[in-house]
Design a binder for this molecule. Structure first.
Ligand SMILES: *Cc1c(COP(=O)(O)O)cnc(C)c1O
Length: 236
């Protein structure tokens, strides 16, 4: 049987407690840090739990098709955010399915998404994904490509750039994550100054490193495992 709502709700209280504690240590107001439950690989029920809990406005998914199916099965009150790598050939569908796309990491993708959102007649909210930990295993634009990517995105009708997103490299050393998050914040500050835009959202931190992310200025932590348990291994 799938995770019960009671278990999910206990997990959520615990995660919100960790967020509050990290905010207290960093001298930040917990209202500045949103929780994005990551429902990828979990059944549509996971998204209905999020709605039922209340106070959580969106869920994160990493595949376009999977999100399209779940979205059709769940109440429309929830917002859906794409946090996984997006191939340009899925961009049109992604613009239909998602309220915000966090994984914009190339000029090609900026171009395709801008055209698709103009055609759809509704601006698309995006974050630029930056490989702030210089991780060879991760997607995301390299930090030195970020100014050019931002310039292009800001000049694209149809796109509304709200901030940056990163994923820290896998490591047992919490300092690796912390340095990655500090780097994303510095990249944001430099870009905001240079281009005169707020880039308010810093989407960083997951189940294992949310405290480090909050200490470095995260405004949104993306949490899967700590809320829904371990994901089933991918089907073979
Ligand atoms: C899966 C995923 C998460 C959630 O990771 P957990 O460790 O399960 O909390 C966060 N961000 C991205 C981009 C992901 O793909």
């Amino acid at each position: 049987m799938y995770l019960s709502y009671e278990q999910f709700s206990a997990n959520t209280r615990a995660v919100l407690g960790r967020i509050a504690e990290a905010c207290a240590r960093a001298g930040r107001n917990p209202a500045e840090v949103k929780l994005l439950p990551v429902t990828k690989t979990h059944p549509a029920e996971a998204a209905t739990y999020v709605l039922r809990y209340g106070g959580l406005s969106s869920v994160g998914e990493n595949r376009v098709q999977e999100a399209a199916e779940k979205r059709g099965a769940v109440d429309a009150a929830l917002q859906w955010e794409l946090i996984g790598h997006l191939q340009s050939n899925k961009a049109r569908l992604a613009v239909e399915v998602f309220d915000r796309i966090q994984s914009v990491d190339s000029e090609k993708l900026v171009g395709v998404l801008a055209r698709a959102s103009v055609a759809r007649g509704r601006p698309l909210r995006v974050l630029l994904q930056i490989n702030a930990g210089n991780d060879p295993a991760k997607f995301g634009a390299e930090p030195d490509e970020a100014p050019h990517l931002l310039e292009q995105a800001l000049g694209s009708p149809g796109l509304q750039v709200e901030g940056l997103m990163t994923i820290a490299p896998l490591s047992d050393d919490p300092d690796v994550a912390r340095r990655t998050f500090a780097n994303l914040r510095m990249i944001r500050d430099a870009l905001a100054l240079r281009f005169g835009v707020p880039l308010h959202e810093l989407s960083m931190g997951m189940s294992g490193d949310l405290a480090e992310a909050i200490a470095e200025g995260s405004t949104q932590v993306r949490v899967g495992t700590a809320l829904f348990g371990h994901r089933p291994p991918p089907a073979t």
